[in-house]
Design a protein around this ligand. Structure first.
Ligand code: GLA
Length: 378
């Protein structure tokens, strides 16, 4: 049963009437281009088959009320809040992701009271953008109820505002854009500065290794990295690190205070690796070395990896993966590995053995192929 079918069924059970519609949005992995989005850089995500679906119907009292279905099947209800009274800090926990979207859309002229029933299978806290899948599905549902169909780039920016200003996580545009704009069988090559997006055929599966180290992007380390990049751009007299001319990277890095140099080096080299990866995909070449180099840069220069991610990547590489890297914000969450079919079993076994040897929590492994982006299911 699809997540949309489940959402429809649960809505009927809980409300005794059918929903007006069901919308869903996927989680994502980022193939490469990490911590570049808030530096106006390049990213290359694809959508996971895992989705969050929202069944919705209008409410006449101008309130927003959501029910999410827990792992054990039991409903958890958010208190119905008048949309007119929504403000940052007013709602916390998972409901902040629902209400934050309603708050932004209200300001944009789409104030719709609604009953929402949320179901999904995107692993939470795993660096796979479950919170963005939720917000994108809610945004499409509320816009759908309002009869509006704005372009997806605007929706992505609204979802970013919800995440930044209501849920309190200072994240960039990668995850929302991936959830909204990815298409099956492709990775999305996005230039955040220009907004230009291109679908790059990519239909290999990747092995996703959820380390089960839970990360929280509202935590200070993500914001610290972001502020470091902004400070570096300010010292260089540029609006963002993206404006460093290609042939002046070394000079720019060398001119900065020592603590900022590795951050900027990562961003510059990561943008170059995204371009190299896209070229290799177009030419049918091997992208594995770029993924592995990205991981090394995130571990050594950007310092957002952790023991479990490093163990996962090293074990996958040693057992025959063509390349492997952490994906998402880091400090836990998931790694991905590009694995030839012949090495699939060996890589899985090596990763599990490496975690067991170090007495680390057993990771969750699954294969993901590039899947469809967000949309209306019914
Ligand atoms: C998280 C954020 C994104 C992006 C990545 C790192 O997923 O939500 O905006 O910054 O980390 O690339």
């Amino acid at each position: 049963m699809s997540q949309a079918d489940r959402a429809d069924e649960r809505f009927r059970q809980l409300h005794g009437r059918p929903p007006v519609g069901v919308w869903s949005a996927p989680g994502r992995v980022n193939l490469i281009g990490e911590h570049t989005d808030y530096n106006n850089g390049l990213v290359l995500p694809f959508a996971l088959p895992h989705r969050i679906a929202v069944a919705a119907a209008p409410r006449a009292d101008g309130r927003i009320a959501a029910v999410t279905i827990g792992d054990d099947g039991s409903p958890q209800r958010s208190a119905p809040v008048p949309i007119a009274e929504l403000a940052p800090g007013r709602v916390t926990g998972w409901a902040a992701y629902v209400c934050g979207v309603a708050w932004v859309l209200r300001d944009e002229g789409f104030a719709t009271g609604a009953d929402l029933v949320v179901v999904g299978d995107v692993p939470t806290g795993a660096g796979l953008s479950s919170s963005h899948a939720l917000q994108c599905a809610v945004a499409l549902a509320l816009l759908g109820l309002a009869g509006a169909a704005p372009d997806l780039d605007r929706v992505a920016r609204w979802v970013q505002r919800s995440e930044n200003d209501f849920a309190g996580a200072p994240t960039g545009l990668l995850d929302q854009t991936a959830s909204l704009r990815c298409v099956a069988g492709h990775a999305l090559f996005l230039d955040v500065r220009s907004g230009a997006a291109e679908q790059i055929p990519f239909d290999s599966g990747v092995l996703v290794i959820d380390t089960r180290v839970r990360h929280a992007l509202a935590d200070s380390a993500y914001g610290d990295r972001r502020r470091g990049c902004e400070e570096a751009a300010r010292l260089l007299g540029l609006p963002s690190l993206r404006e460093i001319p290609d042939d002046q990277g070394d000079g720019a890095v060398g001119s900065l205070p020592a603590p900022l140099r590795p951050l900027v080096r990562h961003v510059l080299t990561e943008n170059a690796r995204v371009l190299a990866t896209v070229s290799a995909l177009r030419a049918g070449g091997d992208i594995g070395p770029f993924l592995s180099a990205s991981h090394a840069s995130l571990r050594d220069d950007y310092r957002v990896s952790c023991l479990e991610l490093d163990v996962a990547v090293a074990a996958a590489e040693s057992a025959g993966a063509l390349g492997a890297r952490m994906t998402g914000g880091g400090f836990g969450g998931s790694a991905i590995a590009l694995v030839p079919v012949a090495a699939a079993e060996a890589v899985r076994a090596a990763v599990l053995a490496a975690f067991a040897e170090r007495s680390l929590t057993t990771p969750r492994l699954f294969t993901a192929t590039p899947s469809a982006g967000a949309g209306r299911d019914r």
